[in-house]
Design a protein around this ligand. Structure first.
Ligand code: BTN
Length: 248
């Protein structure tokens, strides 16, 4: 059995750029992609004035928190691109869990990092041609409120002495190692690591779908593209490819 290793990530090939302020690091990374940026590049901003979240929402980006983006250049034979959401989730979870040290953080589909019912980190993936841009926000010193869920910061969790630069370094090292494993061994070991760190099978989840409908069911598994498989009350299984998931 192949298991993904997140204990000894390599830092080979990682470049981290810093800007004190920008609109959105995802938008800047789109520009860098167009200019031919290579995989391994990360961009961190001290604060964002037009940070974006999933489903068209704004992402409040105060200084003291982590706002960063990277890119993956898709290659022939790579696993399906949406499964990179799981790669990113495992990388961020591994990094943050080490800072918190409690083992108490959980991934919520597809790649929110939660402490109980409170959100600690969120990610925004966007595609530009053959490149996938992965934007990561982590509440380090502040937990800006969200309209529909509780939020929490690393500071609230007692993770003393960590700052955005150190957190990003850890995330980038984990991500680099996991990306390599994704390419070499495929999605199964990544999914296994994701499941070990996520809400357990059987957890009751509510899903706000992009078309405005709401669904509710028990978490069953992930499909081969990383979609969420929900078991509904009538016994049928549904694949959710996009939406907001809530722990009920
Ligand atoms: C979400 O949970 O809604 C996703 C939040 C993603 C926020 C990050 S911060 C860095 C990058 N730049 C952005 O504008 N958004 C992402």
């Amino acid at each position: 059995m192949i298991r993904v290793s997140v204990a000894d990530p390599s830092s080979a090939g990682v470049t981290i750029r810093f800007v004190p302020e920008t609109g959105s690091t995802n938008d800047d990374m789109k520009q860098l992609v167009a200019e031919g940026a290579a995989e391994g590049l990360w961009l961190r901003a001290g604060r964002q004035t037009a940070g974006r979240g999933r489903m068209g929402r704004a992402w409040e980006s105060e200084s003291g928190n982590l706002h960063a983006s990277t890119l993956v250049r898709l290659r022939p034979g790579d696993p399906s691109a949406p499964t990179l959401a799981c790669v990113a989730a495992v990388a961020v979870h591994a990094a943050l869990d080490a800072f918190v040290g409690s083992g108490g953080l959980r991934i919520k589909w597809p790649n929110d990092i939660m402490a109980g019912h409170a959100k600690l980190s969120g990610m925004l993936m966007e595609r530009v041609g053959d490149a996938i841009i992965i934007g990561i926000g982590v509440n380090i010193l502040n937990a800006p409120p969200l309209p529909d869920r509780m939020t929490i910061s690393l500071r609230d969790l007692g993770a003393a002495g960590c700052d955005a630069a150190a957190v990003l370094e850890a995330i980038a090292r984990h991500f680099t190692a996991l990306l390599d494993q994704w390419r070499t061994y495929g999605t199964e070991p990544i999914f296994r690591a994701w499941r070990e760190r996520a809400h357990p099978a059987g957890t009751v989840l509510g899903v706000q779908l992009p078309d405005g409908n709401r669904s509710e069911g028990r978490f069953e598994t992930l499909d081969r593209d990383g979609a969420l498989i929900l078991r509904l009350a009538d016994g049928t299984s549904h694949a959710i490819h996009a939406g907001d998931v809530f722990l009920l």
